[in-house]
Structures are given as C-alpha cells and as structure tokens.
Design a protein around this ligand. Structure first.
Ligand SMILES: *Cc1c(COP(=O)(O)O)cnc(C)c1O
Length: 464
C-alpha cells in the first residue's frame, strides 16, 4: 500500500484531474454491512478499483476549486505513525501532548501572538472560528455559561462583511446570537469591508439599544481573497470595546511572505485568529488552528473538570493541562505529528516560498487574462484567487453566464482542470484559488487555452 501510494503521488500529474464515478463504482459503495470478513487483499483491490480512481482530485497540480489543500507526502507517513500509536491527545503525561503543545506554540510564533496566548488544533477553520466566537461571546457578554443569553435585555450583535464565510453565520447561529443579529457590512470595490459603513452601523446599533460585542475580520475572503484593513478594524474594536476576531482560514499564512508582512503584522493585535494548516500549509486533512490572546478567557469558556478527568501529581494523569478545558472536543487525534514533522523537515522559510509562489501564479494568471481578448478579469487579485470569465463582444450577460458555467463544468468533466465558481455582481465567475504546491506556471496556460477553446466551441454549437 505504501509503495502504491508513493507511485500514485509521483504520477499524479499524468492522470485526469477528475473522473466521473461510474455507476458500477457507486453500486459497489451501496452494499449491506458485511457480516463476515474477507482477506485484506480483496478489500484493498476493491479500494483500488472503485474508490481510488474517483477521488476529488485536490492533490492534482491543476486543482484550484473552492480552497483546498494538497498534502505533503511526509505528512502521509506521519499520519501512519500517528495512527499506529493512536494516542488520544487530550489529557495525560505522554510525548504526543508535548508535541501538540509545541505545534501550537509554533503557530503562535507564525501569527506573532505572545507565548502567553492559548491555542488549540481543531479539525478546520469552521471549528476554529466557532471556538473563538464562543470565547468572544463569553468574555464580552457576562455569565453566559451560567445563565445563557436570555438574561440579556439587549440583543447582542456582531459584525462582519457581506464577503465573510458561511461558517461565521453558522457559528453565530450555534452560539445563540442568531443569523439576523449578524450585521453584514457592505464591501468596497476591492471587496474589503467598508470601514465607514461599519462605524455608522455600530453607532446606530448602540443608540437603538443593541449590544455589539464582536467584529470578524476577513484575512482573505473566500470569493476573491480580499484582506480587510486590520489597522482600521483594530481602532474601531478598541473604540467600542469589541472583540476582534480574524478569520484567516488561508490568508493569515500570507504573513510568511515578506510582501504581505506589513499588511498582516497587526494580526498580533487581534483578540483571536482562526486559520487552516490543511489549506495554505499543504497538510493533509484535517488540521486547523485557533489562537486566543487572552488564555484565561479561553479557559473560562470551556473548563470543566469532572472527577474522572482530575489531574494527579505523578503518573499518567499528571502532565499538561487537559485540552478539554480549551475546546468543544474531548477525544482528539494526533494531528500535531504531521505538522511537527513537516515543519521540521521543510522549515518555515520554504513554506513561505511556496505560498509566495502561489501568489505569483495568481498574478501571472491575472496578467494572461487581462492581455487576452477572450478573457475578462472580474475582481482585483489581491492574494491567490483569480476570478475571470470568457467573453465575446455583443453577448448578453445571461448568455455569458450560461457559457461560463458550461466552460467550468467541461473543464472538470474532461479532467483538464478543476476551478470552481462564484457569482460577483450577477456575473458568473470561473474562480481559481491557488493553495497548491504542485501547480506550475504551465498548468495555468493549460487552463487558459482550454477556457478559450471550450468557450469558442460552445458559441459555435449555439449558432449551429
Ligand atoms: C475554508 C474557509 C473556512 C472554513 O474552513 P474549513 O477548514 O473548511 O472548516 C472559513 N473561512 C474561510 C475564509 C475559508 O476559506
């Protein structure tokens, strides 16, 4: 299996990015639960026949859909080691606990958070954002753990932009704030939050008797990669005594690129940040991280010590404080090992170089699009996301939307490349989000050529 997978990774470029799943494979995955076992060889050949060839494709050099990571081979090996050891990294005196703490401390260094901050590795940025917003709520709105939110005469409200990720809404719903109490502030033409509009909205809410408690900054919006102005948000958060949380799912790691350092160095000033290691740190799923500046507030949001989790001075129940006191989950896998091994093997400088390479690829694609008469750029390229479409003069927006949707689907079904899509101001955009350490410049040339070829074909078929 190990040999097969290493060859599989080596040859990934020569396979289609994606292949439709045949009915036979789907049928194979709809069987009743086996009552009796069979040989591992049989099971493995079923895997090779029906699962492996029909994977999502995000490890392929021409996969740029949504925001997905690629995975480093060393991490695959680390996952095998972690799975063999299979420690539950929540509590106790054992080396995996210290490896996990080490990785969290490195994450603090990456984000320029002080050593006194706290943090937690979680499944991904959705969970990291939720964890941070629970702490924000509990810190700013008193006694919520004891008495819930209904003691509040004033409705708590929080702020983000119209471009914020859907997981922020989910988090607001889960923590009892409610979707209607998220103020989605409009963005400017660069897709960054409109600071003046935010200011006006907070003042209006205060005079209407609401209880503002939190602002969520976007460090790389999912649609276009826009980075909200952190310095302005820090000022407003201080002025109104609000918690400032940064959703930096992929964008926060651009702090490793010298050109972005000035823009992102004030991440050290926010109250909390969420980011993913399975996106722009190229780790295999799953790995996200939340950092909280005020470690006491973090602990006070989650700490519960039942009798069966009590700490001892010696033996297995000694050791670092239980992670149970810092998050929702009790049982936790050893996801820290893959991060620990890859950071040690590669070094942070190289991660910064890979991230920078993806940003330069986005700019290259932007340039090619701008210079081509059949292509149009649809949003400023501020980081690693390019939104573009195929255009010909004289066609209605509706027709162009339909053609571009078909181009996107054909690129995928023909296994050429996997961009995804979004809608910007009613315009269907082919969206390329580059968090892929296997992409080369020539891969973007393939994408551009195929977009134009498919677009022209679609027009010709329409006219026939
Ligand atoms: C991907 C993403 C999330 C959600 O992260 P998961 O790891 O998928 O849970 C949140 N915010 C932004 C901006 C993202 O790109």
């Amino acid at each position: 299996m190990l040999d097969d997978m290493i060859h599989y990774l080596k040859d990934i470029r020569h396979r289609p990015v994606w292949s439709e799943i045949p009915e036979s494979a789907k049928y194979h995955l709809k069987q009743e639960i086996p009552q009796h076992g069979q040989s591992l060889e049989n099971v493995y050949s079923e895997f090779k026949e029906h699962i492996l060839p029909y994977t999502k494709g995000n490890i392929h050099p021409r996969f740029w859909a949504w925001v997905q990571g690629t995975g480093i081979p060393t991490a695959m090996l680390a996952d095998m080691l972690a799975s063999a050891m299979n420690p539950n990294v929540t509590i106790g005196e054992h080396a995996p606990m210290y490896a996990d703490i080490q990785v969290v401390n490195w994450c603090k260094e990456l984000m320029h958070f002080p050593p006194s901050a706290s943090g937690l590795l979680v499944s991904g940025a959705s969970m990291a954002n939720l964890t941070a917003l629970i702490v924000a709520r509990n810190k700013k709105l008193k006694n919520v753990r004891q008495q819930g939110l209904h003691q509040y005469a004033a409705q708590p409200v929080m702020y983000c932009s119209t471009e914020s990720h859907s997981c922020i809404q989910k988090a607001a719903e889960i923590i009892g704030i409610g979707a209607e109490n998220i103020r989605r502030i409009k963005v400017k033409s660069d897709y960054k939050i409109d600071i003046v509009a935010l200011h006006i909205q907070i003042e209006a809410d205060l005079s209407a008797g609401y209880e503002p408690f939190c602002i969520v900054a976007n460090i790389g919006t999912v649609n276009t990669g826009a980075i909200d102005s952190l310095d302005d948000l820090i000022k407003i958060a201080r002025q109104f005594d609000l918690w400032l949380h940064a959703d930096g799912a992929f964008g926060a790691l651009a702090i490793l690129v010298p050109e972005y350092f000035d823009q992102l160095s004030s991440l050290s000033e926010v109250d909390s940040v969420a980011f993913d290691l399975h996106k722009w740190m190229y780790m295999p799923y799953e790995a996200g991280c939340v950092l909280i500046k005020d470690a006491d507030a973090h602990r006070e949001s989650f700490a519960i010590t039942p009798n069966y989790l009590s700490h001892h001075s010696k033996g297995l129940a000694a050791g670092p404080e239980s992670y149970n006191n810092y998050g929702i989950e009790l049982s936790r896998g050893f996801k820290a090992l893959k991060i620990w091994m890859c950071i040690k093997e590669q070094g942070i400088v190289r991660f910064g170089k890979m991230i920078e390479q993806n940003i330069l690829q986005a700019r290259y694609l932007e340039k090619v699009v701008i210079e081509n008469e059949y292509l149009e750029i649809l949003a400023p390229v501020s980081l690693n996301i390019v939104c573009y479409r195929f255009v010909v003069p004289g066609m209605s927006n509706d027709s162009l939307n339909s053609i571009n949707k078909n181009i996107c689907m054909e690129l995928q079904t023909q296994g050429i490349a996997s961009p995804s899509s979004t809608i910007l101001h009613n315009i269907y955009a082919i969206r390329v989000a580059i968090t892929n350490h296997r992409s080369k410049l020539e891969d973007f040339k393939v994408l551009v050529d195929a977009t134009i070829r498919l677009g022209l074909n679609l027009i010709q078929n329409r006219n026939n």
